[in-house]
Design a protein around this ligand. Structure first.
Ligand code: RP5
Length: 159
């Protein structure tokens, strides 16, 4: 079964990254969660990035705050698509450092960067990537989108 790897630079990122885990589990997608710090555990980062694809992980969602090098470094070492989540962490200057560190990658090493603290969208994007080759997941994404539409129509009735 295809898996999504959700990693973060610190346990302090978990309250944000939990949104990615929850939405992926809502699509019945297997999630492997870990803490991998680009600066504090660089050897683990190398090991994780080099090997994730060998154990069924198809997409990596990586979140970090401040000088957020995790998603970009993972993308430099792994053949898998990487979705980056900038986290507004305690060491972040208003989130901009995290956003720009993850967003402004050099040519050849893409990171699909979502909004600040946008872990939910990162999970949905990972599901959509898996869904492009898995009809069952694609069906669930379509149901989810129909649900969004229904909520808007419902909320418009209360105006
Ligand atoms: C980053 O530094 C982590 O991803 C986290 O967002 C931030 C703060 O980490 P802690 O000091 O809370 O462990 O590397």
């Amino acid at each position: 079964m295809s898996k999504v790897g959700v990693i973060m630079g610190s346990k302090s990122d978990l309250p944000v990254m939990q949104d990615a885990i929850d939405i992926l589990k809502g699509f019945d997608i297997e999630v492997e969660v870990d803490i991998v710090s680009a600066h504090r555990t660089p050897e683990k980062l190398f090991d994780y990035s080099k090997n994730a694809h060998t154990r069924g992980i198809k997409v990596i969602v990586a979140g970090a705050g401040g000088a957020a090098h995790l998603p970009g470094m993972v993308a430099s070492l792994s053949p898998l698509p990487v979705v980056g989540v900038p986290v507004k962490s305690s060491n972040s200057i208003d989130g901009w450092d995290s956003v720009l560190s993850i967003l402004q990658m050099p040519g050849g090493v893409p990171v699909a960067t979502v909004a600040l603290n946008g872990a939910k969208n990162a999970g949905i994007l990972a599901a959509q990537i898996l869904g492009s080759a898995d009809q069952c997941i694609l069906d669930k994404v379509m149901v989810y989108k129909e649900g969004l539409k229904a909520k808007v129509h419902e909320s418009a009735k209360d105006l």
